[in-house]
Write a protein that binds this ligand. Structure first.
Ligand code: SF4
Length: 63
């Protein structure tokens, strides 16, 4: 199964992914973008966030 991952070291916290795909991406308590634990990820919305991310740090990873 694939799940989205964020390179938090490079993420600028622009919050774009949260705006585009809030069911997957959110700001966690540590102040970084977190990825929700879902059985199935909404591909269209994640792909939209990947396209949106200004520093290209969202990727699909194989679990
Ligand atoms: S869109 Fe990219 S840079 Fe912006 S908060 Fe999300 S992961 Fe970080």
């Amino acid at each position: 199964m694939k799940r989205p991952a964020v390179d938090i070291a490079t993420c600028t916290l622009c919050m774009g992914c949260v705006a585009v795909c809030p069911e997957v991406f959110s700001l966690n308590d540590a102040g970084y973008i977190g990825v929700a634990d879902l059985e199935v990820y909404p591909a269209a919305c994640v792909n939209e966030a990947i396209k949106y991310c200004p520093v290209d740090v969202i990727v699909w990873e194989d679990e």
